[in-house]
Design a protein around this ligand. Sequence first.
Ligand code: ADP
Ligand code: MG
Length: 238
Amino acid sequence: MSDDGAAVVAAVEAVAERLERERDHLTELDSAIGDADHGGNMARGWAEAADAARDLDDPEPETVVKAVGKTLMSEVGGASGPLFGGSLVFASAEITDGITAETAVAFAETYLEKVEDRGDARLGDQTMVDALTPAVHTFKKSIESDDIGTLEALAKAVAAAERGVAFTVPIRARKGRASYLGWRSVGHQDPGATSTLFILEEVLATAADELDADVPAVDAASPTIPDDETEADAADEE
Ligand code: ADP
Ligand code: MG
């Protein structure tokens, strides 16, 4: 078993536990604008996915992600199963050679593209895309332009996703069941964006754990600017 393979299994287990703890919370969000099944869908789907991940003989990042995706596709009904599951299966091809900063960015971008493609949803439609887009953009920019470490880039991505979740509240749903409500969807937090944030938070916590590091503190109000640069700018202005 590769270390990275074992780390991905640990992340999936952490996600499964978190989504079980958030079951009622996600159900509550989905009952306001949907059919009250998102908590159950996610908790059950990820519990089965964790079983599938643990059952793999020689887990590698790609095979774990693929097994999780396939399980979500077959076990989770509704819109979210094929969106989360199918996109994970598709994006797993980006980590065939393992996880590096570069392959992690490619994975994130491919995953986002696939979710947009399958759901025909774009930023601002009050869906999971609203949490994912800022997370993926911030992660890519942090790594490719700001040249900061993967763990800190991931922390910035999580902070960006949090702001994306908040953004779903004051806008109208244009995809999924919530869109049937029309303007009445305004004022509600999207369940799929929220579960996406929980998944990212657990991936971050597991990554920090595996690296024996603390979760880096980042400035959520300015998630793409490296902290030392912010300090340098502040010093310039003095
Ligand atoms: P269902 O809507 O079929 O009951 P879930 O309740 O499990 O499925 O998931 C609902 C979530 O799925 C929504 O909160 C939203 O984030 C996401 N979603 C629904 N439709 C789409 C879509 N077309 N594109 C992207 N995300 C979508
Ligand atoms: Mg639902």
